[in-house]
Each structure stands twice: as structure tokens, then as C-alpha cells.
Design a protein around this ligand. Structure first.
Ligand code: TYD
Length: 229
């Protein structure tokens, strides 16, 4: 992967289970397409490419769990390398706006803070996996884990909880704290969005945040009744 500064814009969405990321990504993608006229690519992790989607299916079934948290983190990293090389970097090189549902902060939170892997190990893995790629903006959708898990269960009605939904409440509390700590440590890159609201209010907050950050991409509409930035 080249270390040249990409010409595109890389925005990631992070948060615990059932925060409503996929709904919000679809809405922001549409708004950015209309407002900026630029190519917008919406993608997700683990996944985004054929090979990474195959790893995703295995990871969410819990195939890597018995090998321990480090091996599981390596599998997420393997999926991420393929995704960066074959989808994210080429899109950024074309000048696209890339919206990604989860990225390296999820490894920090799930495998690191909540899963117990050492921060030094996570940082080393991140260095070799990302090779300098860093999101320009990270929106952290924050809500109490009980609310998020209840939403995730409603969404997957009839299906058993996946590998991470099935973790304990303590695990999900740690996740929330981890994402908040990331936001506090990197305030230039991260914004915390209150996601314990209806989808329209969350959307309004996200639009407000993105247009305050880059008005050239998304001008203020002036119709917002939510003024949280
Ligand atoms: P997904 O169904 O996309 O969850 P959500 O809708 O909550 O985003 O499944 C992705 C799962 O993988 C989610 O539980 C978080 C987990 N995950 C990690 O543990 N580490 C990672 O690096 C990534 C990208 C995801």
C-alpha cells in the first residue's frame, strides 16, 4: 500500500452492539452524495471484500474464539488488510468519501479493552495492519449496552446471538468505556454521538457534526432542531 496521503475522505463509525450504525451510514452516504456530488463508498468490517466477508462469516460464528483473543485479533487484521488493499485505499486514491461501519477502534475495544489483549500488542498489530492509514473522522455512536443489545436482538429476531452479542453485560460495559476513552484520547479525530435517541435525531446530530467538521462536504441546512455537535 502506498504511504501517499490519500485524496479521499475516510470516515469510520464505531460503537457497541445495536447502536444503529448501518442505518446512519446509509443516511449519511445519501446526504453526502447529494450535497458533495462526490463518489461515496459505504462499507463494513469485518468484511467489505469477498475474502474479508468470508472471514467475517467465520468470525461471527465464533470459529476463531477457541484459539484465543490474539488469534481472533489476527483474523480481524487479516480481513482488514484485504479490505484496505482492495477496497478502501483504491477508493481513497480515486478521491471518494469512504464510510466504514467499524474499523481499527473496534479491535482496540473488543479484543483489547474488553477482550483483555495488551494495549502494546494491539498497537503493534494496528501499525502493521494499517501502515499509516488513519480515519479522518470517527463517529462513536454511544448508548447504554442494555438498550443496544435489546435493539440488536429485535433486529435478529429468531436468530441466536452472534459471537459478540452473546458476551456478558460486563464485556459490553467495558466496550462502552473503551470507545469513550478512545474519543477522549483522540478528540481531533473522534466525536461521540448520543445514539440513545430515535433514528431521525441521531441522523440530525451526525449531520450537524459532519457539517461543522467539513462544511465543504455537507453544508449546514439550517433546519436542524438538534444543536449537539
Ligand atoms: P456486526 O453484526 O457488524 O455488529 P454490529 O451490527 O454491532 O456492528 O458484527 C461485527 C462484530 O464484530 C461486532 O460484534 C464487533 C466485532 N468486531 C470485533 O470484535 N473486532 C473488530 O476489529 C471488528 C471490526 C468487529
Amino acid at each position: 500500500m502506498s504511504s501517499d496521503a490519500p485524496r479521499g475522505v475516510f470516515i469510520t463509525f464505531e460503537g457497541g452492539e445495536g447502536a444503529g450504525k448501518s442505518t446512519q451510514i446509509a443516511r449519511l452516504a445519501e446526504a453526502l452524495r447529494l450535497a458533495s456530488g462526490r463518489e461515496v463508498v459505504a462499507t463494513r468490517e469485518p468484511g467489505g471484500t469477498k475474502r474479508a466477508e468470508e472471514l467475517r462469516a467465520a468470525l461471527l460464528r465464533g470459529v476463531a474464539k477457541p484459539y484465543g483473543p490474539f488469534a481472533e485479533a489476527l483474523m480481524f487484521a487479516a480481513a482488514r488488510i484485504d479490505h484496505i488493499e482492495n477496497l478502501i485505499s483504491p477508493a481513497l486514491a480515486r478521491g471518494a468519501i469512504v464510510l466504514c461501519d467499524r474499523f481499527s477502534d473496534s479491535t482496540r475495544a473488543y479484543q483489547g479493552a474488553a477482550g483483555g489483549l495488551e494495549p502494546g500488542l494491539i498497537a503493534s498489530l494496528e501499525r502493521v495492519t494499517l501502515e499509516g492509514l488513519r480515519p479522518d473522522l470517527t463517529l462513536i455512536l454511544d448508548l447504554p449496552p442494555e438498550a443496544g443489545l435489546a435493539r440488536a436482538q429485535r433486529r435478529g429476531e429468531g436468530e441466536p446471538a452472534d459471537r459478540f452479542e452473546a458476551e456478558s453485560m460486563r464485556f459490553h460495559e467495558r466496550l462502552r468505556a473503551a470507545f469513550r476513552a478512545i474519543a477522549e484520547a483522540e478528540p481531533d479525530r473522534c466525536r461521540v454521538i448520543d445514539a440513545d435517541l430515535g433514528p431521525d435525531s441521531v441522523e440530525a446530530r451526525i449531520r450537524e457534526t459532519v457539517s461543522a467538521w467539513r462544511p465543504d462536504l455537507l453544508p449546514r441546512t439550517g433546519e436542524g432542531h438538534d444543536h449537539a455537535a
